[in-house]
Design a protein around this ligand. Sequence first.
Ligand SMILES: Nc1nc2c(c(=O)[nH]1)N[C@H]1C(S)=C(S)[C@@H](COP(=O)(O)O)O[C@H]1N2
Ligand SMILES: [Mo]
Length: 381
Amino acid sequence: MPELDATEQLVAAPAQALAHPSELELRPLQGLPKWLGNRLAKLVFRAVSMEEQPLAARTGAMSPTHGYYRRDRHVHPRVDAATYKLQISGVADARTLSLSQLEALPRAERVCVMECAGNGNHLMGSAGLMGQARWSGPTLDTLLDLCGGPGAASHFAFRGRDKLWPVKSGYHYGLSLDELRRAGAIVALRMNGEPLSRRHGFPARLIVPRIYSMSHVKWLCQIEGKTTPHRGIHNDFVFTNKQRRDGRWERVQARWIGLKSLVTRCQRVPEGWQLSGWAWGGDRAITRVDVTTDGGDTWHAATLRRPDALFRDAQGPEDLAGAWSTFSFVWRNPSPGRYVVGARSFDEDGTAQVLEEDPNVRGHFNQCRVKWREVVVPAGP
Ligand SMILES: Nc1nc2c(c(=O)[nH]1)N[C@H]1C(S)=C(S)[C@@H](COP(=O)(O)O)O[C@H]1N2
Ligand SMILES: [Mo]
């Protein structure tokens, strides 16, 4: 083959990459990216203030901070660290803390999946409203101890500083103290070792591992103890489903993340192609992941790496309770063609990730069914 000069090499490289790609695209079978194309879908998502994790960043065991998915209401307040205050009320002794007081408290670490309640619904298809990072900051219990304990409070409301015109209050969401304790909630001051960025809630946000991220209130400025569940548009309406029980439809609020998995990559290996991805299950531990390359006719056990093997430097078991497992499966020399691939996770009771959503549940959150992806295997080595 004649040698190419630098410019010719630049032109030839993409053609060679097409003929012998080292990685194949995994295309959702439905949703905006499929119907509109990736670029237009991205613009539509932006218009409703969503940015998905880019495909290139859906790789390792941790999501990079740059490109971490984002979901809010367009308003990103600029908070001055010097005058920032966190108000804690409705507890034994109400207190207001400055950022330096918060910084001086003992910190806990949480490596956890963070997932938007509506991630992976039929419209989105791509399931990119999720990521995993290492968060650290004082636990909610450390803050409550400073206040002499929760007092009579059995529920808490969390408010952000992102005031939306003409609404006077910022974003807010509430959970019960039992849920917050069971999840190991923290007020995070760091993301992947760095102070929070403005878009992800500088200087402080709530992190509630294993519960959907509408509760991970950014630009946190108020924690309010209550004796009854917090009510508001986000708790009572926005992040709810309707569920049929005994023939009657009732509203349920988004809470614990369901049993899920996602094939995120298809990479060339000497034996063929390697399918890999993540499996996670809210408050359920993943014990097995199966992979299919024929649309679900046959399933094969994937190699699973659980969080304790992925993150050996974690300080205690609680740190990893909300972390995903990774899986990989070597797909031996498939013939060229179009395939439908997918993954299915199992928990410690042997319960399998569902293939279809429950017909007795309607709404946008907790989309657990297997996420099918189309992949085109090229001819050639
Ligand atoms: N203050 C505030 N916090 C918020 C929101 C918001 O609009 N305002 N959106 C919530 C929702 S719906 C999600 S999915 C997560 C997204 O967090 P991220 O943008 O850091 O990924 O933030 C949550 N916290
Ligand atoms: Mo969300």
